[in-house]
Design a protein around this ligand. Structure first.
Ligand code: PLP
Length: 387
């Protein structure tokens, strides 16, 4: 019989919180009006969106007009980067980013380079997946119009010095964009303290449904929308808003940010127990990412040359453990992660990447179960490889 699932892939997605489901349900069948309609039902939907916008703005410490709802994190990154590139192409064509970014950032930048004559500088990073402010300083040019650095990495969990980088950029006209998709449930999102101009979030990473995101655009940021149509979201992102999902997004973010500190302590305790146990029981395992500056529930490793990620994931799945090799979008393809190779991990070793990302619905008992099963799965594979 299949064991019950121990879900340790919260960086890929999360279970929708029942409180969030409850908040969104009336907007499917009762308050189902189009928020652009003038009659009562439409205005109720409009009010729900504006209440959600105020909730998010309070958390971000910005004004509600700077909060633009989108369909996902990918869309938020795409709109922001392309929007600034279009608005500022007359002033410069140089973009800066890091090799750690999600493809939503990297592929958008590289398309701008290929199709529209922009030039992209990809910064060096250290072996812990950290971007150094000095590297940004060295890459900056008078024609740099946009710098994009993620808040926390999805594959190795490293948290970047965002406030430090924004301080450096204060005297430079470049716009600072931050992909905060992995940070939304765990770190402070105060955009004044962080000093960012644009920021992306995705609801499904913090217990809202898949298919809703948000983009913060600081007032005065040069931005041309690439989603044109009915003028919704103050002409910044056209398309009829997904009212129930926007309500869910705000509710989930509010819960995540209110309960953050208590939950982070619990997550870090589980993560540390899991990580130290795996490192002790599997001699070839190495922690990837920063040992301390990392997301509280994020444990990532290379398990040793020859141990293929997909084989480990299938072995773990047979024990009821849902884990990942890193980015959900690249697992299933037998290629080393671009993040790990940029950090200097050898290609063959990077093929053995394993990520266990905990959530607040995990328990210490589940951690104990994984501590027991994971070394057995690895040992079985090693015996198979040696045969
Ligand atoms: N950026 C980062 C860092 C991510 O981890 C992800 C998803 O894993 C995305 C962007 C894309 O977000 P979405 O799945 O909402 O499109």
């Amino acid at each position: 019989m299949r064991p019950p699932t121990v879900y340790m892939d919260h960086s890929a997605t999360t279970r929708v919180d029942p409180r969030v489901v409850e908040a969104m349900l009336p907007y499917f069948t009762e308050q189902y009006g189009n928020p652009s309609s003038l009659y009562f039902l439409g205005q109720k939907a409009y009010q729900a969106i504006e209440t959600a916008r105020r909730t998010v703005a309070t958390i971000l410490n910005c004004v509600p007009r700077e909060v633009i709802f989108t369909s996902c994190g990918t869309e938020s990154d795409n709109l922001a980067i392309r929007g600034v590139a279009l608005a500022r192409q007359g002033q410069g064509k140089h973009l800066i980013t890091t090799p750690l970014e999600h493809k939503a950032v990297l592929d958008t930048m590289h398309q701008l380079e290929r199709e529209m004559g922009f030039e992209v500088t990809v910064l060096p990073v250290d072996e812990r997946g950290m971007v150094h402010t000095e590297a940004v300083e060295q890459a900056l040019r008078p024609d740099t119009i946009l710098v994009s650095v993620m808040y926390a990495n999805n594959e190795v969990g490293t948290i970047q010095p965002i406030a430090e980088i924004s301080a450096l950029l204060r005297d430079h006209p470049a716009i600072f964009h931050v992909d905060a998709v992995q940070a939304g449930g765990y770190l402070s999102l105060d955009v004044q303290r962080l000093g960012v101009d644009m920021l992306a979030l995705s609801g499904h990473k913090f217990h809202a449904p898949k298919g809703v995101g948000m983009m913060f655009v600081r007032r005065g940021t040069p931005y041309v929308t690439t989603m044109t149509g009915g003028g919704q979201e103050s002409n910044q992102r056209a398309g009829t808003q997904n009212v129930p999902y926007i309500v869910a997004f705000a509710k989930a973010l509010e819960i995540a940010q209110t309960e953050r500190e208590r939950k982070n302590a619990h997550l870090a305790a589980m993560r540390d127990r899991l990580a130290s146990s795996i490192l002790a029981s599997v001699p070839t395992a190495r922690l990837t990412g920063h040992p301390t500056e990392r997301l509280p529930g994020h444990a990532s490793f290379t398990m040793g040359t020859g141990l293929e990620a997909d084989a480990m994931l299938l072995g773990l799945d047979m024990e009821g453990i849902a884990a990942s090799s890193g980015s959900a979008c690249t697992s299933g393809r037998n290629a080393a992660s671009h993040v790990l190779t940029a950090m200097g991990v050898r290609y063959e070793e990077a093929l053995s990447a394993l990520r266990l990302s905990l959530g607040d619905d995990n328990t210490m008992e589940e951690v104990e179960y994984v501590r027991e099963k994971l070394p057995q799965v690895v040992q079985r594979l090693q015996t198979f490889i040696a045969a």
